[in-house]
Design a protein around this ligand. Structure first.
Ligand code: ITT
Ligand code: NA
Length: 186
């Protein structure tokens, strides 16, 4: 089986390829921007998937992801992309220099849509905490800040294979893959 993944993020494509290998799904990557409406991750993924499916005339998946930090009232959340490009990881660490509660979650929402149907969504999340310095050269964006619960390494210190075993993206894409295996629509 095959699915088209619309994203401008090469790291996501690499991770998704590794995850879909487990489920016999082949990934076609299309690097295409799409309008991101105001709203939560689900709103963005639903709207984006519907928009792109209509535009390309075929079934697609898109993903909206982000990091949610409890002590910052779940910031940057839906602003993760903007914040990564502006404040960056050092800016986040600065905001949190006096913060004791380091709890954070990565969340991923996959939106699937065809030109004729309404979007389906698949959620994944992983709990952890924000460190005091960046650690690790693997991964991307917020990975060097985030230590998943039960681990003593950041996502930035884990290989892609390790991260793919339990990441937010693993969970959302696995839910999608299992559902898609039985999907017989158009
Ligand atoms: P597309 O929307 O084109 O898929 P993007 O990079 O803009 O790519 P998101 O809006 O989903 O992706 O991501 C919001 C931000 O969170 C962005 O800066 C990502 O780099 C970052 N991010 C997403 N998943 C991540 C992960 O697994 N590890 C670290 N940072 C991540
Ligand atoms: Na985005």
């Amino acid at each position: 089986m095959k699915i088209t993944f619309i994203t401008g993020n090469q790291h996501k494509v690499k991770e998704a390829n590794g995850i879909f290998d487990n489920f016999g799904i082949e990934l076609e990557h299309v690097d295409l921007g799409y309008p991101e409406i105001q709203g939560n991750l689900v709103d963005v993924a639903q709207y984006g998937a519907k928009h792109v499916a209509k535009r390309l005339g075929k079934p697609v998946i898109v993903e909206d992801a982000g990091i949610f930090i409890k002590a910052l009232d779940w910031f940057p959340g839906t602003y993760s992309s903007y914040v990564q490009d502006t404040l960056g990881n050092q800016g986040i660490l600065k905001l949190m220099s006096d913060v004791k509660d380091r709890y954070a979650e990565f969340r991923s929402v996959i939106g699937f849509c065809t030109p004729k149907t309404e979007p389906e969504i698949f959620l994944g999340a992983v709990n952890g905490c924000i460190g005091y310095i960046e650690k690790g050269n693997y991964g991307f964006a917020y990975d060097p800040l985030f230590t998943p619960e039960g681990y003593d390494k950041t996502f930035g210190e884990l290989s892609i294979t390790e991260k793919n075993k339990f990441s937010h993206r693993r969970k959302s894409l696995e839910k999608f893959a299992i559902w898609y295996k039985d999907y017989r629509g158009d």
